[in-house]
Design a protein around this ligand. Structure first.
Ligand code: FE2
Length: 477
């Protein structure tokens, strides 16, 4: 067991780790305690430093005012040289005694784990040797330019009991039995060892009509969204939090749609093209191109990986109706989980088909898209909701559910349909030119009421991986 210097904890880590959403995971508590101790120690060091300077200067300036507070010309301290204005040097030692730091590191070979513990803390990081060796970030096993691993093909065959473990102010160093050495910093370990990697900075807020009607809508002005990193971060946080955001005051043109969208990620090309416009005058057979109402749904359910964000921007409307509808799919699933656990389980465990057919037109080939998925899926690591896919228009021929299981499936499907169509779930509002709506298509459903007159809508898709990457980079996730 060895003492560690807390000054190894970086200031950037401090900013990240003190965020409240980290407070529940074990690494977060560990680091929170570590930082508290660091702050206390820094304060003690400052006090010792000042007292020692005052006490050890043997010349005239060694008064209570020396060194920093004396304002007389004779006693002004030349901080860069360690001299006062009279030219004498402090005769006492100005060295600051290093206060021993408190985290201790211990090998527990019987369990094949390394324990990193604060002296007065309940929590410790208990990290398997296997994980530590697998996450060696030396150049032999990691390409720091591409952030890719260099596979260790003999990992499972090695004796992974460390030959020696050293702990110093920069972190840990393990000398392995094959002679290789690996260094780790404490902040890297705490941020990357399970379950730190799943912690969210921005917590999701599930919502229904009441919440959306009683609180300010998630929105950022076009100027803030386009010109400020903080504005873009706010847009991304809204998407993570609520599953949608609005950009207000945008140019009421397709170019405005493009600019607001591309600020987040490149527009995703699909069989519909890139940036598209929709109006009833276009003669397309798809329901979206008519005056009819559209029930709440997500798009691209028939694709293996549906678009991540769908963008909507009404450019013109000279009639009535055409209100927009949003429904939080994750909130609907959460409601089902509480009210009817059996239906929740059935939908989670039953993949169903979604399909879409398009005939050849305008030089484009015909399409027959088909994908199978449960209506919702959960993250394999965290168990939190990952995808929501619901489209009554594109649900395919039910060729995957065993006949004897059909009644149970249809009952569960009816339940979620009822939750979705419930007034408590549905948030209706009127979009107008200049307001760009961005919706997380893996979570929130959209729809519209029937309308009259000419209505021109512009929009596009953004890739899931692209926008999540952007959110991750800006610490909005
Ligand atoms: Fe749609």
């Amino acid at each position: 067991m060895k003492g560690l210097n807390l000054s190894a904890i970086s200031s950037s880590m401090r900013l990240v780790l003190l965020k409240p959403t980290y407070a529940t995971s074990r690494p977060a508590r560990f680091l929170h305690q570590l930082i508290q101790q660091q702050q206390q120690q820094q304060l003690q060091l400052q006090q010792q430093h000042f007292q020692q300077k005052r006490a050890t200067c043997g010349l005239a300036c060694g008064t209570a005012m020396c060194p920093g507070k004396c304002k007389s010309s004779r006693r002004q301290l030349d901080k860069t040289k360690g001299l006062n204005s009279a030219g004498h040097k402090h005769t006492g030692s100005l060295a600051v005694a290093q206060t021993p730091a408190t985290p201790v590191v211990s090998q527990r070979d019987e369990d094949q784990v390394l324990e990193v513990r604060l002296a007065q803390a309940e929590d410790a990081l208990v990290i398997p040797y296997m994980w530590l060796r697998d996450h060696c970030r030396s150049e032999r096993y990691f390409n720091h330019t591409t952030q890719q691993k260099i596979p260790d093909l003999e990992l499972l065959e090695r004796d992974l009991t460390p030959q020696a473990v050293r702990a110093d102010s920069k972190g840990l160093s393990i000398k392995w039995r094959d002679g290789h050495e690996t260094d780790y910093t404490y902040d890297w370990l705490a941020n990357n060892f399970y379950p730190g990697q799943f912690a969210r900075r921005t917590k999701r807020i599930l919502w229904g009509r009441k919440k959306m009607e009683s609180e300010p809508l998630p929105a950022v002005t076009f100027e803030h969204h386009m010109t400020s990193e903080d504005g873009l971060r706010q847009s991304l946080r809204n998407l993570v939090k609520y599953g949608f955001t609005m950009v207000t005051g945008a140019p009421p043109t397709a170019e405005g749609t493009r600019q607001a969208s591309e600020r987040i990620s490149p527009i995703q090309e699909s069989m519909y093209g890139g940036l598209w416009t929709v109006s009833p005058a276009m003669g397309n057979n798809d329901t979206a191109y008519t005056h009819e109402s559209l029930g709440a749904h997500t798009d691209n359910t028939y694709l293996t990986s549906p678009a991540g964000i769908e963008v909507f921007h009404i450019l013109e409307h000279d009639g009535t109706g055409g209100e927009s509808l949003l429904v939080d799919g994750f909130n609907a699933v959460d409601t089902l989980r509480r009210d009817d656990p059996k239906a929740f389980q059935t939908l989670r465990d039953t993949p169903i088909p979604f399909e879409y057919m398009a005939t050849a037109a305008d030089g484009k080939p015909p399409y027959l898209m088909k994908a199978y998925s449960p209506i919702f899926t959960e993250h394999a690591g965290t168990g939190e909701l990952l995808t929501f896919r619901f489209n009554a228009y594109d649900r395919g021929t039910m060729d995957t559910v065993k006949p004897q299981d059909l009644p149970q499936f249809y009952a569960a499907y009816q339940k979620i349909s009822q939750v979705i169509s419930s007034p408590a779930s549905q948030f209706w509002f009127q979009l107008s030119p200049g307001t760009v709506l961005l919706v997380d298509n893996w979570r929130v459903m959209h729809g519209r009421s029937a309308f009259t007159g000419f209505r021109l809508l512009s929009g596009c898709y953004l890739s899931r991986d692209e926008w999540i990457s952007q959110a991750r980079m800006l610490e909005a996730l």
